[in-house]
Design a protein around this ligand. Sequence first.
Ligand SMILES: CC(C)(COP(=O)(O)OP(=O)(O)OC[C@H]1O[C@@H](n2cnc3c(N)ncnc32)[C@H](O)[C@@H]1OP(=O)(O)O)[C@@H](O)C(=O)NCCC(=O)NCCS
Length: 260
Amino acid sequence: MSPDVLVRPGECHVWTARAVSVSPGLEALLDAPERRVFASFLREPDRALYLTAHALRRLVLAEALDRDPAALVFAAGPHGKPYVEDDPVEFSLTHSGERVAVAVTSGTPVGVDVERVTELAELPLPVLSERERAVFDRVPEPDRAAAFTSYWVRKEAVLKATGEGLRVDPARLTVSAADRPAELLGWRGRDAARREGGRRDDSQRAAGQREAVQPHPPVRLYDLDAGEGYRGAVALLGPAHRIVRHDGGGVLHRPRRAAG
Ligand SMILES: CC(C)(COP(=O)(O)OP(=O)(O)OC[C@H]1O[C@@H](n2cnc3c(N)ncnc32)[C@H](O)[C@@H]1OP(=O)(O)O)[C@@H](O)C(=O)NCCC(=O)NCCS
C-alpha cells in the first residue's frame, strides 16, 4: 500500500470528484466490459461521468493496493455489488449528475451514494417508511426535494453496503431526518436485530418509538458533503470509522505512466 493513502483499519477513505472530460489516458485504464458500457452512452456528459467514476475507482484502488490500475479485475456479487477478484478490499462507487465518489475501507463493507437534488420532490415508488413520512410531510415545500434526497442517499448507502441494493424495499429502512445527523433508526423485518439505547429524534417521537433498532453488524451512517445541489452518505457495516476525505480530481489529473 502506498504510504500517503494507506487505508488503515477504522478508516474509511472517500474520494469525490466532478466528471472530467473524456481523455485517452483515462480510457486506457478501462477493461473490455467497461469499454463496452462506456461506448454505449450517446451523450457526452454520460460518457464523461461513467469514465470518471470507473477510472477513479481503478486509480484509488490501485494506489491503496499498490497495483497497476488497468490490471485490476472486477467481478460482481449476486445483486451486482462489485469486488476485486483477488483482493478482499471493500469499496463502493457512485455517480450522479456531474459527481462521482469512491469509498474504500480495509475490510469493512461500505456503501456510498451521491445524488443530485432535482426538482422532483419524490420518486414514483415507495421510499419512505411511515415514521419518515410523518416527519417528511411537515417539511416546507422549498426544502422537500433536498430532504427527500437525503433520505434516499442514506438508504441507498446502507443497501449498497449490504450489497442488496434495491432488491430490498427502501421503505423498510427508517433513517434520521435530513436536518439530523445521519443514522439508521430501524429496519423492518431485519433478522438478528438488536436494540441500541436511548437516542430519540422527531421521527421516533412521531411514531412513539423509544429505541433505535440496529441490525447486526451495526450500520454506521455518515453524511458526505458532495457539493452544492447534491446529497451524499456513506454507510459501514461494523464499528464506527473515521471518514478521511480526498480530492478525486487530483487523483484523476495526476501524471502517471501510460497504461498497458
Ligand atoms: C445498486 C443500486 C442501488 C445503484 O443505484 P444508483 O443510485 O442508480 O447508482 P449509483 O451511481 O449510486 O451506484 C451505481 C454503482 O453501484 C455499484 N453497485 C451495483 N449494484 C450494487 C449492489 N447490489 N450493491 C452495491 N453496489 C452496487 C456499481 O459499482 C454501480 O456502478 P456501475 O453500474 O457504473 O458499475 C441499484 O442500481 C440496484 O439496486 N441495483 C441492483 C438491483 C437492480 O438492478 N434492481 C433493478 C431496479 S429495481
